[in-house]
Design a protein around this ligand. Structure first.
Ligand SMILES: [Zn+2]
Length: 136
């Protein structure tokens, strides 16, 4: 038996540092423009709707809906061998933005487009927690 390689961990940037710190605390944070009030994901330095640089961080509900998904049956590396089969999905958050994530704690064969989901966090290291979703 060999040691499996580690999973790829995100590297926070100045734009994403607050987002990843929220994840570490198991809080899903989204940027909201203080001018046009639109939410956006992923984090950026300006609003994608009106180009304002006045963005605030808001704790999201963590609720959303499966827009589409794929079931991964062959791991991309040995680090993910124990996870297959797993679901990679686009989640339409209740606040509006769409994010790519995993849907866990479910039978991939029983998942459907339109299913309602709730965020949860999986601690991949002491410093990194990954937002994932489970059906509700
Ligand atoms: Zn805006």
């Amino acid at each position: 038996m060999t040691d499996a390689p580690a999973k790829h961990l995100p590297r926070p940037t100045p734009e994403t540092e607050v987002y990843w710190e929220g994840c570490r605390k198991h809080e899903l944070l989204l940027q909201r423009c203080t001018k046009c009030r639109e939410f956006q994901f992923y984090p950026r330095i300006t609003c994608t709707n009106c180009t304002s640089e006045n963005l605030e961080w808001v704790k999201a509900s963590g609720r959303g809906q499966v827009l589409t998904f794929a079931v991964v049956r062959r791991a991309v590396s040995q680090a993910y061998d124990a996870d297959v089969p797993y679901v990679v999905a686009l989640i339409k958050l209740d606040e509006g933005p769409t994010m790519m994530s995993n849907v866990v704690q479910c039978d991939p064969e029983a998942l459907h487009i339109g299913d309602l989901v709730q965020v949860l966090f999986e601690d991949w290291s002491e410093d990194v927690s990954i937002p994932q979703f489970r059906p509700v």
